[in-house]
Design a protein around this ligand. Structure first.
Ligand code: GCU
Length: 598
């Protein structure tokens, strides 16, 4: 009963986000039959959206999505994709063309392709992400739209695709809106465009749409979950195989194509020291999918976080999805390996992926490298708490994040928010997000990066009412940067209203890589180093501290940081500069994490 409810909640979420599709988000796309549409796409920059609206600002039926061509010399067509510029996909437009660096608005993308679809197959177009709002058309017909810049979406095109001469057109609009998620103000660059891979996915008429296979909450030997078929032959025998563990369990899907999974298993558990992944096959009569899945349990007990039943300290660092060295939105396996490689060098066993779901390569590499993950939706700063559409949008992004990454052992914490101001409306909003996440995934921990306050000059208190609904308390503090000099940390103590583990989810300060001077001089590596030294002293004195993720692994672009010659639109709180140079504070943290390991 619980599982079928859980399953229908997953489906509900996906259907609404993808318009009229009868298929939920397709997961584990790398294991499917795919054709990449990455590469150069013809583009038209359209600040006034004249390709979408007529001069009365009414949606036009004859917009750029028609990809019209003049039929005669007297025909009036005022755009032409094929003689327009192009942009690389995946990629943000801001770092591809100087005149688009600050651009916020709409850009039209066109990709032409041929596709001979085999009989008894279906075809979907899958987007890893497009920031922020995407309207998608195939051969002049609208196939769907998606809101949210950091989660995947797919649409079925079986009926519309033709052997040759297909044109896929996407209007991507990254304009910020007050009612959006995130809202108008963020401290990261609003990189626009089709920022992650695009692929065609060919499936059988009835295929394995999605599955959830993880250890039951608190168990180290009982696997639980579900499998969901999509199509017309929904009642089938489905076998879950884990050959290396000698496991083969068959279930029969019901009239909805769903079946619960439930079996004991003696499995080697995934951990940072030994990130064991098993080859798992999900075999239906008409389709099969293979995946690499790790099995571990994660829970809390009082102020402890337990991994596989043992207390653990999360030695972490925050990461933005900024591409190392080249800058711009990171989107590749190489980017992920570089960023996670630096985290490993720090001695980290944990990363906080801020403030939105990162690309799937990050999660898959974290699985392989044995790095635990905090994954978050961009409910950031002052969201429109009373707006039901804003809540539905946030809830949908949460569903898509969990749907894509629920089988990743590396993901241990889902976070629903960052630095959001206290109010009843905010509490209701976030409480409901937490409840939604728990219905979708009862196996992981819930958290949020909360605020704290001084109860006197030397005591910080964590008593945000949201803490009651969370498993792990997250808290951001900038003692030494926004809050006094670095040595202020020496005289501070921390209190919490809750008997729960704390992850100090942000702390740190800016330093321009290579800038040296007195430890009291801001922007120098010595000042940042001093912040870390004093912070670590303070953190060691917090009895309920069970993790840290300082802000931040690498410098990242932010429109809020214009200081010439120092910031130049980069937030310089990285322990590594955007050119890949390690700053002095990197080694201070590395030494502490070394100490924590031993
Ligand atoms: C905040 C916020 C970050 C921001 C950081 C900073 O706490 O969560 O997104 O970049 O502080 O000011 O550098």
């Amino acid at each position: 009963m619980v599982k079928t409810l859980l399953l229908s909640l997953f489906l509900l979420a996906c259907v609404t986000s993808a318009g009229a599709q009868q298929v939920g988000l397709i997961t584990n796309t790398d294991a499917r039959k795919t054709t990449s549409l990455d590469g150069a796409w013809q583009t038209i920059v359209d600040p006034y959206e004249s390709g979408f609206y007529d001069y009365r600002y009414q949606p036009s039926n004859n917009g750029y999505f028609k990809n019209a061509k003049p039929k005669s010399s007297s025909d009036l067509i005022e755009y032409d994709f094929d003689s327009s510029g192009s942009l690389r996909v995946p990629g943000d437009w801001n770092t591809q063309q100087d005149q688009l660096f600050f651009y916020e608005g709409s850009v039209w993308y066109k990709k032409s392709f041929a596709y001979q679809r085999k009989p008894n197959t279906r075809l979907f177009v899958y987007f890893g992400a497009a920031n922020y709002f995407a309207d998608v058309y195939l051969n002049g017909e609208k196939i769907g739209q998606h809101e949210g810049g950091f989660t995947p979406f797919n649409f079925e095109i079986t009926r519309l695709v033709r052997d040759t001469g297909n044109f896929l057109i996407v209007k991507v609009d990254n304009k910020r809106r007050r009612d959006a998620v995130p809202t108008l103000m963020t401290d990261w660059w609003n990189y626009g465009g089709i920022t992650r891979d695009v692929k065609l996915i060919e499936t059988a008429d009835t295929f394995v749409n999605d599955y959830f296979i993880q250890l039951q909450k608190g168990s180290r030997n009982h696997v639980t979950g579900w499998v969901k078929l999509a199509g017309d032959k929904l009642t089938q025998k489905v076998t879950i195989r884990i050959p290396e563990a000698g496991i083969s369990k068959s279930v029969t899907t019901d009239a909805n194509g769903s079946a619960a999974i439930d079996f004991d298993a003696n499995l080697k558990l995934w951990s940072p020291e030994d990130p064991k992944l098993y080859d798992v096959a999900i075999e239906a009569e008409t389709d099969q999918v293979r995946d690499q899945i790790g099995f571990r349990s994660i829970e809390t007990r009082g102020t402890d976080i337990l991994l596989n039943g043992r207390p653990i300290f999360l030695r972490g660092v925050c990461i933005h999805e900024e591409a190392p060295i080249r800058g711009g939105r990171a989107n590749s396996r190489e980017d992920a390996r570089t960023l996670l490689g630096w985290a490993k060098e720090l001695g980290a066993n944990f990363v906080r992926l801020a403030h939105y779901p990162h690309n799937e390569y990050m999660l898959r590499e974290a699985d392989r490298m044995g790095i635990m993950v905090w994954s978050e939706v961009p409910v950031y700063w002052t969201i429109q708490w009373e707006n039901p559409a804003t809540f539905a949008n946030a809830q949908n992004q949460l569903s898509e994040m969990i749907t894509r990454d629920k089988n990743r052992a590396a993901v241990v914490i889902w976070s629903v928010a960052n630095e959001t101001p206290l109010s009843d409306a905010r509490l209701t909003f976030l409480k409901n997000l937490v409840a939604h996440a728990r219905t979708l995934d009862p196996t992981r921990l819930l958290s949020a990066a909360m605020e704290r306050h001084y109860v006197n000059d030397t005591t910080q208190m964590i008593d945000d009412p949201l803490g009651e609904f969370l498993d792990v308390l997250g808290c951001n503090e900038y003692v030494g940067w926004y809050d006094g000099p670095p040595e202020k940390a020496d005289r501070l103590e921390w209190k919490s209203k809750y008997e729960k583990p704390l992850v100090m989810s942000e702390f740190g300060g800016d330093a321009l890589g290579g800038r040296h001077g007195d430890a009291a001089a801001r922007w120098t590596e010595e000042y940042q180093e001093s912040i870390y030294k004093h912070q670590i002293g303070m953190l060691k004195r917090i009895p309920f501290l069970r993790g840290t993720s300082p802000w931040i692994l690498m410098d990242f672009r932010s429109p809020r940081r214009p200081l010439p010659g120092i910031q130049d639109y980069w937030n310089r709180k990285g322990l590594v500069s955007n050119k890949g140079e390690k700053k002095k504070a990197f080694y201070v943290l590395q030494r502490w994490y070394q100490e924590k390991r031993s």
